[in-house]
Design a protein around this ligand. Structure first.
Ligand code: BEZ
Ligand code: FE
Length: 287
């Protein structure tokens, strides 16, 4: 067939994928073409705008390396990461809700014993965290592997700073009661990396780059789906406008100011006032 026009081109391209052997790949490619063409038609895209979009994606690729993932950031700021997450993690009662992984997870963080201080000397309000990991019915999951990571008080993760030392990240193995505990510092809100094309997009559209204060958790145990989530700090000014749409009410927690003697006091980060957070995570059994 020849002479494709505005009316006929979409079906022609969709049909060209008819021979795709893998049915799932065929479904994805044909739907992608239909939706992309519908988008171009809806906004009557100009050639300059299409070239600008290609330039944007080219810059997104060029700035991406093994330390910076601008494509994930783009997916996050367009809400695609959270939509994929929602579709793939429909949780039963008693299981903790999920949220974005984000670009700053590092596989195999250093394993730390119970009550370790993961703050690495960073300044901030000391925070003592205890968490239990259980099945939805409350059965403790001994041996659960709990990875934790967070930014420093200035909003930077260790991988964004010079040097290779892991900081404010660790792996804990839950004890026989499914419990872990550690010292850290109270996190603060921070901007996602905004000095690249995604930042340009946010600025051009009048959006701010901030994420409300949070601590990341990735929790794994055999027989259960790996849980990727955060705990967000109550009262944060960005809870209702997270740049990546990751906040869920059930993940908002309120660390309590403490006055009594600190647990594992030798490990407590510098600072007299300290806070405490106790939380229960529920994992969803694999089907
Ligand atoms: C984060 O929380 O680490 C994060 C998530 C999405 C985009 C940027 C950062
Ligand atoms: Fe984060």
């Amino acid at each position: 067939m020849r002479d494709f026009n505005e009316e006929t081109i979409t079906d022609a391209v969709v049909d060209r994928f008819d021979g795709t052997e893998n049915p799932r790949l065929r479904q994805i490619m044909q739907a992608l073409v239909r939706h992309a063409h519908a988008f171009v038609r809806e906004v009557e895209l100009t050639q300059e705008e299409w070239l600008a979009a290609i330039g944007f994606l080219t810059r997104t690729g060029h700035i991406t390396d093994d330390k910076r993932q601008e494509f994930i950031l783009l997916s996050d700021t367009l809400g695609i990461s959270m939509l994929v997450d929602a579709i793939n993690h429909r949780m039963p009662d008693g299981a903790t809700e999920t949220t974005v992984l984000g670009p700053f997870y590092v596989d195999n963080p250093p394993v730390q014993p119970a009550d370790a201080d993961i703050s690495g000397g960073e300044t901030g309000t000391p925070l003592y965290v205890t968490a239990t990991v259980s099945a939805p019915d409350g059965t403790p999951l001994a041996g659960a592997q709990v990875d934790v990571w967070q930014s420093d008080e200035d909003g930077y993760y260790d991988v964004q700073k010079p040097g290779d030392d892991p900081n404010l990240r660790a792996r804990f193995i839950a004890d026989e009661d499914g419990r872990i505990s550690f010292w850290s510092i109270v996190p603060k809100y921070y901007p996602i990396p905004a000095d690249g094309p995604v930042g340009d997009m946010l600025e051009a559209t009048g959006r701010h780059p901030y994420r409300p204060a949070h601590i990341h958790f990735m929790i794994a145990h055999e027989g259960y789906e790996t849980l990727v989530t955060h705990l967000f700090m109550e009262g944060d000014p960005y809870l209702d406008s997270d740049a990546v749409f990751g906040v869920k009410q059930s993940l908002i927690v309120a660390p309590q100011a403490q006055t009594g003697p600190a647990p594992a006091a030798a490990n407590k980060p510098q600072g007299s006032a300290w806070m405490r957070l106790d939380h229960r995570f529920g994992l969803k059994p694999t089907a």
